[in-house]
Design a binder for this molecule. Structure first.
Ligand code: ARG
Length: 221
């Protein structure tokens, strides 16, 4: 996450860290059930073998020194069949749910988030020296409706219906390398709903080049 701040520890209890079998963080993900994680398909390009991955839950520091840490092996990878940038990971053993490890809710099928509503994006990804390196960071910005995001000055038709854009026109704060696969959530009637999965961008952060997120409501089936 570029800009903005370090999160209050464990305030995003569905955030997981996707790691290599040797424990190196490389992507985020979201717990959506005690034994299922949603992430980006491009995070799984390095290997189709479940044993290449580990999932860390209940942590705040990338070093994962917290007593609340839970580590799970991956039992199965399920890539979205159409090749779109979203995938499911089944844990080898369900997570123990508590106040530090808790799933996020899913949106209604085909729900379209309105423009200008405030979203939260979290991750242990690249900070480019903006602070908080090694700790879970968060940022908040509006969703930009696809019609606007696809204008020539913005992403010029690159954003598909199953994707959404979020960020400030002027840039400044954004998700970045290592945040991929992680959550974009919004608060709706005192419940956090997972609306997006961090997917891609044209550099980070760049004015008029908001981050692009897989639109979770298009994958409910
Ligand atoms: N693709 C990057 C990753 O693999 C993150 C993309 C987000 N980029 C952005 N400008 N918001 O970690």
């Amino acid at each position: 996450i570029l800009g903005d701040c370090v999160s209050k520890p464990h305030s995003w209890p569905w955030q997981i860290s996707l790691r290599t079998s040797t424990g190196i963080h490389f992507c985020g993900g979201t717990l959506i059930d005690a034994e299922w994680v949603l992430t980006a398909a491009h995070c799984l390009e390095r290997s189709k073998q479940p044993s290449s991955y580990k999932i860390y839950l209940g942590i705040h520091s990338e070093k994962a020194t917290e007593a609340s840490k839970q580590v799970r092996d991956v039992e199965k990878l399920i890539l979205e069949p159409s090749g779109k940038d979203i995938a499911l990971l089944k844990l080898s053993k369900p997570a123990l749910l508590n106040d530090k490890v808790l799933p996020a809710c899913l949106p209604d099928k085909d729900y379209i988030v309105p423009g200008n509503t405030e979203y939260h994006v979290t991750g242990w990804g690249e900070t480019q020296g903006t602070g908080g390196e090694g700790f879970l960071k968060e940022t908040g910005f509006p969703v930009i409706e696809n019609k606007i995001c696809n204008r020539p000055a913005y992403l010029n038709g690159r954003v598909k219906d199953h994707e959404m854009c979020a960020g400030y026109i002027e840039g400044g704060t954004d998700s970045c390398q290592g945040d991929s696969g992680g959550p974009l959530v919004c608060l709706s009637q005192s419940t956090f709903i997972l609306q997006g999965v961090t997917s891609w961008g044209l550099g980070c952060p760049n004015a008029m080049k908001p981050g692009v997120y897989a639109r979770v409501s298009k994958f409910i089936d």
